[in-house]
Design a protein around this ligand. Structure first.
Ligand code: IPM
Ligand code: MN
Length: 371
């Protein structure tokens, strides 16, 4: 019996998580395990009613679970950023989910916008660092004449531009990206271990040519970590260049490891080359704590309750969840069942099908059950 927490969240979130649960339960029937779900009402409705985002009580309860199945967050009634930072990023940071695992794989029968590329060309994994970089939320905005306690900002501004921030600058904002040796080491080690189990190639993506302090440290740690994995072929790419190579030569990549913000950006590009956001899953992993699995798309509020959302990204995220629980055969069966549903055309409109969210989900569940 696995105890799993579920947070449907906002917009289409609850609908797609419902389909994901169906499929995971079907996998349980076939592979003989039970899942005991506990639902949490974290999201926009609760926030609007109570002003609560992610509470200490939520964290204390969620901490008891090894896995959280997460739908999506974001609602037009709430200014952008509040729910994303207050719930999604808060969960990732609170549970120290330092690995954001994002497979970029073109499934059989899915169309990619890349000419002449097939499923054998597009099959890599992005390991995005998930707790550091520009996501740490340290920053500020200053208007003219405002005092700043931060001597370092005052001094840098003065040295660089010859201006006194407190008297001359019209307005200034800064945001700090933090990279630590330990933070880099642990996520890179995860990526090296993953590469060892795959095609033994690992690409580090950064921008060490310009942001040379933070990503210089990242690179140094990568070079050191690589010494422990002589069987893995390594490579460095700058983030701007890697966006070209993802499009031109996706077959070059096996595992890619990258700091948080670049990981955010390049995985949307990755999602598109694997057929669109409706297909892209992600796992937020703390190997020794509470991990969380989610589609990488948002809550698409305008499609809420319309039975049109594509459940595949969420179902696939469910497969990552099963993998995390050690149910590897069941996890693989879920992905095969997704492929079957695509071949049979039992998919939503975005993939050229005619069925709704529920039918698409039920079909995948049936395929899992039938094997
Ligand atoms: C993602 C999303 C989030 C991120 C947002 C919603 C905070 O874009 O999961 O990729 O930036 O990480
Ligand atoms: Mn993103």
């Amino acid at each position: 019996m696995y105890k799993v927490a579920a947070i449907g969240g906002d917009g289409i979130g609850p609908e797609i998580v419902a389909e994901g649960k169906k499929v995971l339960e079907a996998a349980g029937e076939r592979y003989r395990f039970d899942i005991d779900w506990t639902d949490f009402d974290i999201g926009a409705d609760r926030y609007l009613a109570t002003k609560k985002l992610l509470t200490e009580d939520d964290l204390a309860e969620l901490k008891k679970f090894k896995a959280i199945y997460f739908g999506a967050i974001g609602d037009p009634r709430v200014p952008p950023g509040i729910l994303e930072k207050g719930i999604l990023l808060a969960l990732r940071f609170s549970f120290d989910q330092y690995v954001n695992l994002r497979p970029i794989r073109l499934l059989e029968g899915v169309e990619t916008p890349l000419a002449n590329k097939t499923p054998k060309d597009i099959d890599f994994v992005v390991v995005r660092e998930n707790t550091e970089d520009f996501y740490v939320g340290i920053g500020s905005r200053f208007k003219k004449h405002q005092k700043t306690e931060l001597a370092v900002v005052r001094d840098l501004y003065n040295v660089k531009f010859g201006l006194d921030i407190e008297t001359d600058a019209e307005e200034l904002a800064y945001q700090i990206g933090v990279v630590t040796r330990e933070g880099s080491r642990r996520v890179q080690t995860y990526a090296f271990d993953l590469a060892t189990k795959r095609r033994k190639k690992l690409t580090s993506v950064d921008k060490a040519n310009v942001l040379s302090d933070v990503y210089g440290l990242w690179r140094d740690v990568f070079t050191e970590t690589a010494k422990k994995y002589p069987e893995v072929v390594t490579d460095f790419n700058f983030v701007d260049a890697v966006t070209m190579w993802f499009v031109k030569n996706p077959e070059w990549f096996d595992v890619v490891v990258t700091p948080n913000m670049f990981g955010d950006i390049i995985t949307d590009l990755g999602a598109m080359i694997q057929g669109g956001l409706g297909l892209a899953p992600g796992g937020n992993i703390n190997p020794k704590g509470t991990s969380m699995f989610e589609p990488i798309h948002g809550s698409a509020p305008k499609y809420k309750g319309m039975d049109v959302a594509n459940p595949i990204a969420t179902v696939w995220a469910g497969s990552l969840l099963l993998d995390h629980l050690g149910e590897h055969a069941a996890a693989a069966a879920v992905v095969s069942a997704i492929e079957r549903s695509i071949k049979d055309g039992m998919v939503t409109k975005d993939l050229g099908g005619t069925v709704g969210t529920k039918k698409a989900g039920s079909y995948i569940a049936d395929c899992v059950r039938r094997g």
